[in-house]
Design a protein around this ligand. Structure first.
Ligand SMILES: [Zn+2]
Length: 376
């Protein structure tokens, strides 16, 4: 059985956004007890802990990450944007957009997140392993070529895609299940026909100048890239069966048509039932199933090669349990290794009306996307 290779570096814990009213980075003084910013080191400490001490532990080999070298960043980001980040770090910090601030230590962590993801991809490209997971923060999928957004500075997954393309891979598929639209990754490859970007997300729309993309299904790519971006906005509360349906009806056919030589699986546990940042109601069972489906796609198209990249996931307990479940699925383990300590949603009947709604909605969207995709 294949092992999972996990890439991590403790320097990523140095990024600290402090406390405030949720992610506002601001405290007007009304509350006695403030929380950490949701993108904090504790969430990742628990992810490391559960992978080391949980029952998945024997299936994992640990590897040290590394900082990215500046010129590596230019494969996805503009030199002007990188320069601005360096200057912001030298100046002692800068708020880049809502909830997203470069503090002392943040740049070092961002470079480590980017470099660690590149290291994990290189490990696959060198033939040392097939299943790699970059356990990184700060997250990256909102970072656009010239814009920070949504707690993200550097697009870790996008950089790894570029590395694969510049090596031996002719086509790379990205599947993003973080609850938010992977707008940065989509933007970076929006005019490319050698990268298929797929994102399943909450239907949150644009949230301002740092995130102008709507995430709606009519954003399908531009020019040569037309038909190579698949947005799957899902209604709040979609849940395990709704996600599995979307995977089977939309994601799997799109991957089958594209035939990628490498697959990047971008994960965020903020699509869970208990996340403060999302409303999609996935449980460990649903994440495990999605992990299995992605592993099947890798086995079918990319010779079993799958790079998993960490994004959001903000419930300090449940995100780590859901990570365990996703990786159990990726490892294609025959039985669940962990029971769900928190989910209480009934599996049957409750969802039937919602599933019918989703089926009807997506039949229309699927036909429209496939039509455009075939026309390109
Ligand atoms: Zn997210």
């Amino acid at each position: 059985m294949d092992n999972l290779h996990v890439f991590w570096h403790e320097g990523m814990l140095k990024h600290n956004l402090g406390q405030g009213v949720f992610d506002t980075l601001h405290d007007p003084g009304f509350l006695e007890v403030l929380e950490n910013h949701p993108e904090n080191a504790n969430r990742v400490k628990n992810m490391i802990s559960i992978l080391k001490k949980g029952p998945i532990g024997p299936h994992i080999q640990w590897h040290s990450g590394r900082p990215a070298i500046l010129h590596e960043l230019h494969s996805f980001h503009t030199p002007e944007y990188v320069k601005m980040l360096i200057e912001a770090d030298a100046a002692g910090g800068k708020t880049l957009c809502g909830g997203t601030r470069l503090n002392p230590g943040s740049w070092e962590a961002a470079l480590l997140a980017a470099g660690t993801t590149l290291e994990a991809m290189q490990y696959i490209l060198d033939g040392h392993g097939k299943l790699c997971y970059a356990l990184v923060r700060p997250p990256g999928h909102h970072a656009q070529p010239n814009q920070a957004d949504g707690y993200c500075f550097l697009n870790n997954a996008g950089l790894a895609v570029q590395l694969a393309l510049r090596s031996s891979c002719k086509r790379v598929a990205v599947v993003d299940i973080d609850v938010h639209y992977g707008n940065g990754t989509a933007e970076g490859f929006y005019e490319r026909d050698d990268v298929l970007t797929i994102s399943l997300h909450m239907n949150h729309g644009s949230w301002g100048p740092s995130h102008p993309q709507s995430g709606l299904h009519d954003e399908i790519g531009r020019g040569n890239g037309r038909g190579f971006n698949l947005n799957i906005p899902l209604p709040n509360g979609t849940g395990d069966r709704g996600y599995e349906h979307a995977m089977h009806e939309l994601v799997v056919p799109a991957i089958s048509k594209f035939k990628p030589e490498m697959i990047v699986f971008v994960i965020g546990q903020d699509s869970s039932a208990f996340d403060p940042n999302g409303r999609q109601c996935l449980t460990m069972s649903g994440y495990r199933r999605i992990g299995q489906i992605m592993r099947q796609q890798a086995d079918q198209f990319s010779g079993g090669c799958l790079l998993v990249v960490q994004e959001g996931g903000y419930h300090v307990t449940y995100a780590s349990y859901c990570l365990h479940a996703i990786l159990e699925g990726v490892l294609n383990l025959p039985q669940p290794l962990l029971t769900d300590p928190m989910a209480y949603y009934p599996e049957e009947d409750t969802y039937s009306e919602r599933i019918e709604f989703i089926k009807k909605y997506w039949q229309e969207v699927s036909e429209s996307w496939l039509k455009e995709s075939n026309a390109s």
